[in-house]
Ligand binder design. Sequence first.
Ligand SMILES: C[S@@+](CC[C@H](N)C(=O)[O-])C[C@H]1O[C@@H](n2cnc3c(N)ncnc32)[C@H](O)[C@@H]1O
Length: 216
Amino acid sequence: MEQQSSPLPTAEQYVDDLYAQDEQLEFVLQSIRDNGMPQISVKRGYGRLLTLLVKMTRAGRVLEIGALGGYSGICLARGLAKGGTLMSLELREEYAKLAHENLTKAGFGNTVTYMTGEALPNLEKLYAHNERFDFFFIDADKGNYPNYLEWAIKLGTPGAIIIGDNTLLHNKVMDPAEQGNNVRRMREFNRMMAEDPRLESVMLTAYDGLTIARIV
Ligand SMILES: C[S@@+](CC[C@H](N)C(=O)[O-])C[C@H]1O[C@@H](n2cnc3c(N)ncnc32)[C@H](O)[C@@H]1O
């Protein structure tokens, strides 16, 4: 009888399997499921990239927009040197609470500060208080990505890194038939990242896309 061969893994599955399970991060994913929250944390490979990039750039002040259960927060905090800090903006109190619990369990409870509510007014507050950051991770409501990018440029120190997640938006950005608000705004974000003279950037197309820029 002819043997059925199992389908090949995707490149992302292959890479994910190459690395040992990360108990702290798996715990976060389980806590998100247990609390009935959306399972939309940053993908494992990009989480590892966040840690590496924070380390490689020696960023001391990191700002995240969209905390959910703290998965990306832990990845970012792991990259910080002693004394580094993470500011995390999250719409929902209950999500920020779980994220803080998870960062505390991971040993980063005193590294992170949460600001809850809509991110835009909080970004304005941070600017007014003269807070500046050298690393940004944008991962909240997609329709505001271009606004978050403008704020990151304003709040960024020279050479700051700005990263946006989900920049392919389930491949909708390439499909001219897709004309919803989030898709149009994500296209606008991608175009800004590619063309804005204040930035130099690269777009990674694994998983759901990740765009990385540096303020020139
Ligand atoms: C994709 S999830 C973030 C995942 C997280 N970065 C991670 O990888 O672990 C998006 C988060 O953005 C939050 N969010 C949505 N709209 C927001 C807004 N206007 N201001 C601040 N946070 C918002 C959601 O509540 C949700 O927790």
